[in-house]
Design a protein around this ligand. Structure first.
Ligand code: SAM
Length: 334
């Protein structure tokens, strides 16, 4: 490597001068040894001693994702890809539109270089079926779908191919956790790998039962209970409707995050909720009216009424449609 050799006491001044004149190489580290410093240069510089020595290359990580795809994709296409990233531990899942599928390997390599994660998968389907998983295709890195995701101090282990998990619900989980009171007895009817129960139990002194029909989800939930050393959290693999018949006590809070179908389980939730208990209800909708009506109708059948205490748009699912949250207090009319 061609370098300018300067006495150490002049190193800083010469470095500045060479940088200003754009003669210094920025991809190698300056070396200081005994009484001299060595500054990497692009071309010969007059007035200095030039030597040839080995220097350590610098880690030249591009400043942004766009730099890596410059010339391949338009700025708009790059921005759309970037906002589709879901980073789950060491895994990145992204959505590649049909017209860019021929460039999936270039996009995968750029994502790998930019994010420094281990596996880059593209979505091959929407989330589907009872257990709400999606098909994935590896486009760069190693095919390693098992990872540990960190969220609000919790460590969540999962296999992205076998279970549902969305990092985009992190704020929602924190919000629900912050609204919980110590001493609550909580049921998460569709708990997946247990992100709601784990985050809540790490921050509150409560009892939580999590139910999921996917045995892989319950396998990871059980592991996550151990990993996070949380107490009074129970994982049950079952259909929420079936298992509800065996519960001996009622719950102060029921979490219902199965947004496509939660309404179908509202009759069960209304029977299991304590008087003045809270249902954290989720659904896909363009607003809150439909959800509120479903809650009210289900409550009426149990001679109960509903006070809507909070509503939120959790995330956008398609233009005009949202994953919405409704927090409802359920009171008995008796
Ligand atoms: C949208 S995911 C939510 C998982 C979790 N609450 C989270 O936030 O990551 C819905 C979960 O409901 C589970 N599920 C679907 N039908 C069920 C049923 N009848 N009883 C229990 N779990 C069910 C699926 O396996 C899936 O893990």
């Amino acid at each position: 490597m061609k370098c300018v050799k300067v006495p150490l006491k002049k190193l800083n001044d010469v470095r500045k001068e060479l940088m200003e004149k754009e003669l210094m190489r920025m991809d190698y580290r300056i070396k200081a040894e005994r009484d001299y410093g060595y500054i990497p240069i692009n071309e010969d510089v007059e007035g200095y001693e030039i030597v040839d020595i080995d220097l350590e290359p610098l880690n030249t990580r591009p400043h942004n994702f766009a730099e890596l795809l410059e010339g391949e994709l338009s700025n708009e296409e790059i921005e759309d890809l970037r906002t589709s990233f879901d980073t789950i531990g060491d895994v990145v899942i992204l959505e590649i539109p049909d017209q860019l599928e021929s460039k999936k390997k270039i996009i995968g390599k750029a994502t790998l270089d930019f994010t420094k994660r281990k596996a880059i998968y593209m979505k091959k389907s929407a989330v589907h079926g009872t257990i709400r998983i999606r098909d994935l295709e590896l486009i760069a890195g190693e095919d390693e779908p098992i990872t540990i995701h960190k969220e609000h101090g919790a460590r969540l282990k999962l296999n992205v191919k076998e279970v549902y998990f969305s990092p985009r619900l992190a704020t929602e989980r924190k919000r629900v956790s912050d609204s919980v009171n110590d001493g609550e007895n909580i049921l998460d009817m569709f708990c997946g790998i247990g992100p709601f129960p784990i985050v809540i139990a790490k921050n509150n002194d409560v009892n939580i039962t999590g139910v999921d029909i996917n045995d892989n989800a319950i396998k990871y939930f059980t592991e996550n209970i151990r990993l996070n050393k949380v107490k009074n959290v129970e994982a049950i693999c079952a259909d929420a409707r079936e298992i509800s018949k065996s519960f001996k006590s009622k719950f102060d809070r029921i979490i219902m995050n199965l947004p496509g179908l939660a309404y179908d389980f509202l009759d069960v939730a209304m029977q299991l909720i304590e008087d003045d208990g809270i249902i954290n209800y989720y659904e896909f909708s363009n607003g809150y009216e439909q959800g509120a009506k479903r809650l009210i109708d289900a409550a009426l059948k149990e001679n109960k009424n509903v006070e809507i205490i909070n509503t939120r748009k959790v995330k956008s699912t398609s233009p005009g449609e949202w994953h919405v949250a409704i927090d409802a207090k359920i009171k008995s009319n008796d």
